[in-house]
Design a protein around this ligand. Structure first.
Ligand SMILES: NC(=O)CC[C@H](N)C(=O)O
Length: 222
């Protein structure tokens, strides 16, 4: 599998993402946000966590205007896989690839801890390695993780089985404790928790590994 990890000024989980993808067997290319095109033949684009452009304006809003984001949108529209983690999720909502918005945590504080995350669907290349209803231990670290969707969007996400993950307990004010959502074609996932920070026993857990392995398998099988 060929993967691209996008790097913005202020990204700080880009190398963690590279390590996680490489551990699963991917061939990973780091791509600077000013590039207009993705490397040839990329199967997966990962938009990593961090503080792109210092979180000015709104988290992810300036990054979404970077030249590479047009290529990421074209990749998604052509059916390519896109994974946005934390700031990456924020960027994907700002590009319009995923619905809803990430607002300031309801408690107004940065939350940094390992939480219980409930898997809501196995029906995606990202989550097929998990068991729906199962719980994962995955770190979170954000101040704008409060997922906002109006009642009709929240209902549609449930009807279409597009809620990938929920927090097991209220964390940041997110509607229905939503922690991750899928696009209509189920090939774009945005999530606030960091699976790339749970791929080594030294991290305190390895529950993130199954996502990267399943993605590599999905693209090899395609
Ligand atoms: N770890 C991250 O990606 C942080 C995302 C974002 N800057 C926030 O704090 O909400």
């Amino acid at each position: 599998m060929r993967a691209a990890v996008i790097v913005f000024p202020g990204s700080n989980c880009d190398r963690d993402m590279k390590v996680a993808l490489e551990q699963a067997g991917a061939d990973v290319h780091m791509v600077w946000h000013k590039d207009a095109d993705l490397p040839e033949g990329v199967d997966l684009v990962a938009v990593p966590g961090g503080f792109s452009f210092g979180d000015y304006l709104r988290c992810g809003a300036i990054a979404a205007q970077s030249p590479i984001c047009q290529a990421v949108v074209r990749h998604a529209e052509a059916g390519g896989y896109v994974l946005g983690v934390c700031n990456g999720f924020q960027v994907l909502t700002e590009t319009g690839l995923l619905p809803g918005a990430l607002m300031r945590n309801s408690g107004l504080k940065f939350v940094s801890k390992t939480i219980d995350l409930k898997v809501e669907t196995e029906n995606s290349a990202f989550t097929i390695g998990y068991r729906a209803g199962g719980a994962l231990r995955i770190p979170v670290a954000h101040h704008d993780g409060n997922y906002v969707a109006d009642a009709s969007l929240a209902a549609r996400l449930v009807d279409e089985d597009r809620v990938a993950f929920r927090y097991s307990a209220p964390l940041n004010g997110s509607v229905d404790n939503i922690a991750g959502v899928l696009s209509e074609n189920r090939r774009v996932l945005g999530m606030m928790p960091h699976p790339e920070r749970a791929i080594d026993a030294l991290h305190g857990g390895t529950d993130g590994q199954a996502m990267f392995r399943a993605l590599v398998e999905a693209t090899v099988a395609a």
